[in-house]
Design a protein around this ligand. Structure first.
Ligand code: PRX
Length: 679
């Protein structure tokens, strides 16, 4: 491998658009200054095995291995695979808990939970967390769960969620966490696809004033699975509602118990008291979890991460991207239902022995100062959140921020979508008072951890740029013919080599893995995003180049929403495109062709939205549904989405490109004239 050439001449931007690492961070950071980053980066690229071995030596392995990264990205040369430290055995939960306790962290607070209501809170130390994990792993074993089985977890953001994940990891069981905002249909699909025989859920929860009937949704999902002939062994139900404050205007969800399947969490834990539940020493490539993410062809993809590579990578990215220090109070606002909650709520921070704040509620409840109130209350040093939350909070008076003491803050990270420079600057100036590093972290469910990210004590930042590759990561911008661009330019963002924490396959469908990620540009992993590289070799993510849209930092598949819409008997055809939204980034805009004689009434719109909510979840509901007597199609029958996108964007002056291939050009005029006003 030749030496990687990067030139770091930062003189191309006006000085005010470059933000140097804050001086106090520079002093004690793990990586100090750009030359230090560059030196480490060179080592990670030129001697990857030596580099990753040094990182791995900071963790515990029951059995070591002298093998490093082995991979093939080129399907023309054989099967695509990625392996790291083959033959080694370890356990990520052991490394999060026992290893840190042995280092003296037993009485350090591991997790601090704050409920939906500010009055509700609790915490556990590393030792208490271990005790809970051991007990729950014994419960799982008592239900017949073994190494290699899958357990589905459908819980709100409470301490028991990381407990359940770590308990699975302890015994070599694969967890699949389903975000508690997903519908019963989505949960059922994931239980079936992952072949989970045990489901861990709760009676319910509140999101703001809204009750979430989790148990009812879980029951519906289990019903669907049983109807499909799937065997369910057990549903473990946490009684969460009885320990939380009920919001003033909310009704407590009703809970039905199914005596054949259901068992209460606390009773199950009582029944295994004193039972030992030893650590399972997992092989390097034993699956750790499956996490479903939207796929452009409709069905969600079960992204598989394995034990050791994921552990080493989340350990190092957390340590460096957030400059993990012993006195940190780290708060990541993500839910464990998403990859961010796996890598940067649970595994990465606990591997680093950090104190982690988790929040069950939303940042605007009971009022939009909640986030800053919590920063003050817990003296948060590192805050990790999403641009969509930042944009929502920016809309309110600055006083809501400034009335709370934020002097503890050192680093503010964002994830999920490109951050617009004005939101970046608001974080930097208003929230961080010009004293914090703002790090825009680019990564994906598939990448397992950060892949393009500034290191807070090293990388000068530019608002809106994800900046430079993480150690060991080699991005490439590839043109439509598959040729990598040299120097500045724009192209399809690919990765030219593997890193330990990347996905290994799509669960049960390895050919989909190869097709989706490795066939567009043979020899490269294709992220599905576009990016620009500037004169300083900084990367600016320009967004998805496939049929996925990013709504509030969550990827949604247009095809999946379309499939939900056409389930309604009145809909003949549907086309969904992304339209820009001030807070959510993008929103789903749907065009529907109806059966003869039907028209798009308010009732039908409500029914269509409800169908999408039921099939996928509330976050996929289209904000606008427009009736389309005809959809613009090419002669070969392909819907021309670029035209629909322009209509959804409301950009009348836009160049629609070549429309001569359309069967019926009058459709465009018709859609423009009936476009509903955007509220
Ligand atoms: O389009 C990119 C966007 O989110 C996608 C990954 O989504 P998901 O797998 O759900 O994981 C989200 C949390 C890691 C990417 O393909 N994305 C994520 N972070 C950024 C981003 N786009 C631009 N800048 C980011 N920092």
């Amino acid at each position: 491998m030749s030496d990687y050439k990067v030139h770091f001449d930062l003189n191309v931007l006006p000085a005010e658009d470059i933000f140097e690492p804050p001086a106090p961070l520079l002093a004690g950071a793990h990586v100090r200054g750009l030359p230090n980053y560059y030196e480490l980066y060179k080592e990670s690229i030129n001697n990857p095995d030596r580099f990753w071995k040094t990182v791995a030596s900071q963790l515990y392995f029951e059995t070591d291995s002298d093998r490093g990264l082995e991979y093939n990205f080129d399907h023309r040369k054989g099967d695509v695979f990625i392996r790291f430290m083959s033959g080694a055995r370890s356990n990520i939960a052991y490394n999060c808990l026992e290893r840190n306790i042995a280092k003296g962290l037993g009485s350090k607070v591991a997790l601090k939970w704050e409920g939906n209501e500010p009055a509700d809170s609790s915490q556990v130390t590393y030792q208490e967390l271990l005790d809970k994990v051991v007990a729950f792993s014994a419960v799982l074993r008592s239900k017949g769960v073994r190494k290699g089985d899958t357990v589905a977890i459908y819980l709100p953001m409470i301490i028991e969620l990381p407990v359940a994940m770590l308990a699975c990891a302890r015994i070599g069981t694969i967890h699949t966490v389903v975000f508690a905002g997903f519908s019963s249909d989505s949960l059922a699909t994931r239980i079936l696809q992952a072949k989970a025989k045990v489901l861990v859920t709760a009676d319910g929860c509140f999101r703001g004033n809204k009750p979430i009937h989790l148990k009812m949704l879980a029951d519906q999902a289990v019903g669907i699975c049983l109807n499909e002939g799937h065997r369910m062994d057990s549903v473990i139900v946490l009684e969460h509602l009885k320990r939380v404050t009920v919001p003033a205007k909310a009704k407590v969800p009703e809970v039905l118990i199914n005596k054949d399947l259901d068992v209460f969490w606390d009773q199950a834990v009582d029944s295994v008291r004193g039972v030992e539940s030893p650590v399972e020493w997992n092989e390097a490539e034993d699956p750790l979890f499956i996490l479903y993410t939207s796929g452009s062809t409709g069905a969600p993809k079960g992204i598989v991460h394995t034990t050791i590579g994921y552990m080493v990578y989340t350990y190092l990215t957390t340590k460096l991207s957030f400059d993990a220090q012993p006195d940190d109070i780290y708060w990541c606002t993500a839910d464990c239902g998403w990859i961010t909650g796996h890598s940067y709520v649970t595994y990465g921070p606990l591997l680093n022995g950090m104190t982690v704040v988790i929040h069950e509620g939303v940042p605007t409840y009971p009022d939009p100062s909640r986030m800053w109130e919590m920063v003050e209350k817990y003296k948060v040093t590192k805050l990790y959140t999403a641009p969509t939350a930042v944009r929502a909070l920016m809309a309110f008076s600055k006083d809501l921020v400034t009335k709370h003491d934020r002097s503890s803050l050192k680093i503010i990270g964002t994830v999920g979508e490109p951050i617009n420079p004005s939101a970046w600057k608001w974080l930097y100036h208003v929230v961080g008072e010009d004293k914090c590093a703002v790090v825009d972290t680019y990564w994906q469910t598939e990448t397992g951890g950060h892949v393009i990210v500034p290191l807070p004590g090293a990388t000068p930042t530019k608002p809106g740029a994800a900046t430079l590759p993480f150690l060991g990561v080699e991005p490439a911008l590839v043109d439509h013919r598959g040729a990598a661009l040299e120097g500045p330019g724009e192209g399809n963002l690919c990765m030219a080599r593997a890193w330990p924490g990347m996905m290994r396959t799509v669960y049960g469908d390895h050919s989909r893995f190869v097709k989706t990620f490795f066939s567009s540009f043979p020899g490269y992993y294709f992220t599905g995003d576009g990016a620009r590289r500037d004169d300083d070799s900084y990367y600016w993510i320009t967004g998805r180049v496939d049929d996925l849209m990013n709504v509030s930092g969550h990827l949604l598949s247009t095809a999946e929403i379309e499939s939900a819409l056409v389930l309604h008997p009145d809909v003949v055809e549907a086309a969904v495109v992304a339209a820009p939204h001030d807070i959510k980034g993008q929103f789903p805009y749907a065009f529907v062709s109806l059966v003869n004689g039907k028209s798009l009434t308010d009732t039908l719109i409500a029914q269509l939205k409800a169908t999408v909510r039921e099939k996928i979840g509330a976050l996929a509901m289209p904000d606008i549904i427009q009736e389309a007597p005809g959809l613009p199609k090419t002669r070969s029958g392909k819907i021309t989405r670029r035209i629909l996108r322009k209509i959804a964007e409301g950009d009348k002056g836009a160049d629609l490109g070549d429309t001569t291939t359309l069967i019926d050009q009058s459709v465009i005029v018709q859609l423009w004239s009936t476009r509903p006003a955007v509220k």
